[in-house]
Design a protein around this ligand. Structure first.
Ligand code: FAD
Length: 385
């Protein structure tokens, strides 16, 4: 395709922005449709982590390759900057040879990842159309990164001010975060504390209260001006990549999400980048995803199965094992490798795991919807109705 064509991107999240930035850098005109009047509206100024353990290459170097500049808060946190607390409430300190994660901010704030990506896209001439909730796109290529559509895991938390500077604490205990974890992230006197859960959502309030008690018994932290927030993520065991050969799904909307712990930002950006690359270089998006994203995605589902079956005694053992390691990064990376044992576990895990997404379909005769999931065959069936 020649460089002066216009491509439509739907959703100004990390997935949509990565696609838009890559296309614009390669000379394409990009219309980016966003349903809100700003970026990051579904977030609350809360801190998140760009994980730095699943690839050999450092995450910031990967972002550099995608053409993404670091013009947002992006602070490295290594093993020295915090610790973990298991079900026995003992501190487990870990050693890391490089940052374990990069702390970033999400939301509408000036230093957030979302605003940083917005500035980069605007500088490259991406035409962002605010308040455009897209339901359908009639013609041309479209890259759709509209975020999660169902809650497969949820988080309940709060942001607050504190006199602490920089620290992270990860808590693992099924009594406070069923099959997941709670986390404290502090940067420069601002903090995020949340508990995540993969089941028993109806008791989220109880888990949050319990996790707060554990926080207060673990660290003497002052909590000022707290504001509560909640959120959710979704993942499918098989992502849905496209509709026909012109609408490509990226990020969580496609089901790209780390099934183990919900670290979906890197997946969103990478899938956005590969969707753009498939248009720029005339390659198959499915091939790019299968080569670069599926192995880790499948390993993460196998890891989810394993983690869900460890229970509290297993978590205690896990922390002992991690604390004894000279460098946890290589062992974490090994667990994201789709090895033979992970392949076997994955086969079991994909039968065990069911997304909560109800896959709605429209009833249009000629389907241009960005949200429904008509494959070609299903589309024809509707047409014949
Ligand atoms: C509380 C919480 C904590 C998290 N912590 C982490 C973490 O520490 N590390 C990590 O890697 N990940 C984390 N995640 C997951 C991460 O935030 C997501 O995986 C990531 O934001 C997905 O990016 P995306 O581009 O696919 O979707 P989103 O970020 O959801 O962006 C989608 C965009 O599309 C827009 N949109 C939706 N529908 C339409 C429409 N019809 N038309 C136009 N625009 C539309 C939305 O308004 C939004 O701007 C967390 C998630 C939550 C909820």
């Amino acid at each position: 395709m020649s460089g002066n064509k216009t491509i439509n991107v739907v959703g100004a999240g990390p997935g949509g922005f990565a696609a838009a930035i890559s296309l614009a850098e390669n000379g394409y005109n990009v219309n980016l449709y966003e349903k809100n009047d700003n970026v990051g509206v579904r977030f609350n100024g809360d801190f998140q982590g760009l994980e730095n353990w699943s690839d050999d290459e450092d995450t910031l170097s990967i972002l550099g390759r995608l053409g993404i500049k670091i013009n947002f808060l992006c602070q490295p946190y290594s093993g020295d900057d915090g610790y973990f607390i298991g079900p026995n409430r003992k501190k487990a300190r870990i050693k890391t040879s490089r940052p374990l994660f990069y702390l970033i901010e999400r939301g509408t704030g000036e230093n957030s990842l979302d605003q940083g990506l917005r500035r980069q896209a605007e500088e490259l001439g991406v035409n962002i159309l605010w308040n455009h909730k897209m339901e359908s796109l009639k013609k041309g290529y479209a890259i759709v990164g509209t975020g999660p559509k169902a809650a497969d895991a949820i988080a309940k938390g709060m942001v607050f001010k504190t006199s602490y500077k920089n620290i992270f604490i990860g808590f693992v205990d099924n009594r406070i975060a069923p099959q997941a974890y709670a986390y404290l992230l502090v940067n420069n006197g601002r903090a995020t504390f949340a508990t995540c859960m993969f089941n028993d959502f109806k008791n989220e309030k109880t888990y949050f209260e319990r996790s707060l008690q554990v926080l207060n018994s673990s660290i003497d932290i002052d909590i000022i001006d707290e504001k509560e927030f909640g959120g959710f993520v979704n993942f499918f065991n098989e992502p849905i990549l496209s509709k026909g050969d012109r609408i490509f799904y990226v990020g969580e909307n496609a089901g790209f999400q780390d099934a183990l712990w919900g670290f979906g930002i890197k997946y969103a950006m990478l899938s956005g980048y590969y969707a753009a690359k498939s248009i720029i270089d005339n390659e198959l998006y499915s091939d790019l995803c299968k080569t670069h994203l599926y192995p880790k995605l499948k390993a993460s589902l196998a890891n989810r199965w394993l983690f869900s079956h460890l229970y509290n005694p297993g978590y205690t053992y896990l922390f002992k094992y991690m604390a004894a390691s000279d460098d946890v990064i290589p062992s974490l990376r090994k667990h994201y490798n789709f090895s033979l044992s992970k392949k076997l576990i994955y086969e079991m895990a994909k039968r065990w795991y069911r997304t909560r997404l109800i896959n709605k379909q429209c009833m249009h005769v000629h389907c241009d919807c960005v949200w429904c999931r008509h494959g070609k065959h299903e589309h024809e069936l509707v047409e014949n109705c």
